[in-house]
Design a protein around this ligand. Structure first.
Ligand code: ZN
Length: 256
């Protein structure tokens, strides 16, 4: 473990354009449950598919009931040591950008510039009309829900409103995906943090980075399909490993 941390630190110290891909595993230490872990609230509130959302008012009400739980969790969540380490990489001038599968906003809360964070699965800070595409601050829609509007509609066209995040069965936003692919091409070190790399299109990004000549480092509790292509794999909690890696990388750079 110590040797692996030392090896990653050397790679970080040598890198000039680090691209981070983060998944649910980076935020579990901030108290946000993993969508696919099958525990807790996902059993109480089974996820609603996009098709169900668009065709059933009962499904939309289930969706909004689940959002209440998520909204409170995300609002109350604080960035953990892993998010803070990624923000430090940006201040250090080494971070090309962050691609995240999360919609909790914790990278931005930790201090990463919003323009450097690509939210591949969307954001829950906005609500989007599913008919005209107009966006509204989630806080406003939330206030309407709290006042008793259980199936909130667009003020302009009466289309269904839902968070600007993707549900099962809904494609990743085209613009975000294009930016993520471009970013994956542009880095010299691709750092996966807390993603099992099993959900497309995020799962394709390490391959794109490798083809472009970047080195790959994976920090994730479970094995991933890309482990054998990585220069270093750390099966560790990101919030424990990353602060050590950054401290060692600073030392390595100072000593170089
Ligand atoms: Zn609309």
């Amino acid at each position: 473990m110590d040797q692996a941390i030392h090896d990653v630190a050397e790679l970080v110290a040598a890198a000039k354009r680090i691209v981070v891909l983060s998944g649910a595993g980076i935020s579990t230490e901030s108290g946000i449950p993993d969508f696919r872990s099958g525990h807790g609230i996902w059993q109480a509130y089974p996820p609603v598919s996009y098709q169900e959302f668009m065709t059933s008012s009962e499904a939309r009400q289930r969706y909004w009931a689940l959002r209440q739980v998520l909204h409170k969790q995300v609002q109350g969540a604080h960035p953990n040591a892993a998010h803070i380490a990624v923000a430090r990489l940006e201040r250090w001038g080494k971070l090309a950008g962050v691609i995240t599968q999360n919609f909790d906003g914790l990278h931005q809360k930790a201090g990463n510039s919003p323009e450097r964070v690509i939210e591949l699965h969307g954001t829950s800070r906005l609500a989007a009309c599913q008919s005209c595409g107009m966006h509204f601050p989630m806080d406003e829609v939330q206030a309407r829900y709290d006042a008793g509007d259980r199936d909130p509609r667009c003020e302009h066209c009466k289309g269904y409103l839902k968070a600007a995040t993707i549900l099962f069965g809904q494609p990743v936003p085209v613009a975000e995906l294009a930016r993520a692919i471009e970013l994956a091409h542009s880095g010299d070190l691709f750092l996966v943090i807390g993603s099992s790399l099993r959900v497309n299109p995020a799962a394709r990004l390490p391959g794109i980075a490798l083809e472009s000549g970047a080195l790959l480092v994976i920090i994730n509790l479970q094995p991933t399909p890309y482990d054998r292509y990585a220069s270093v794999v750390l099966h560790a909690q990101a919030g424990e490993a990353l602060p050590c890696i950054l401290a060692a990388a600073r030392l390595a750079e100072a000593g170089a």
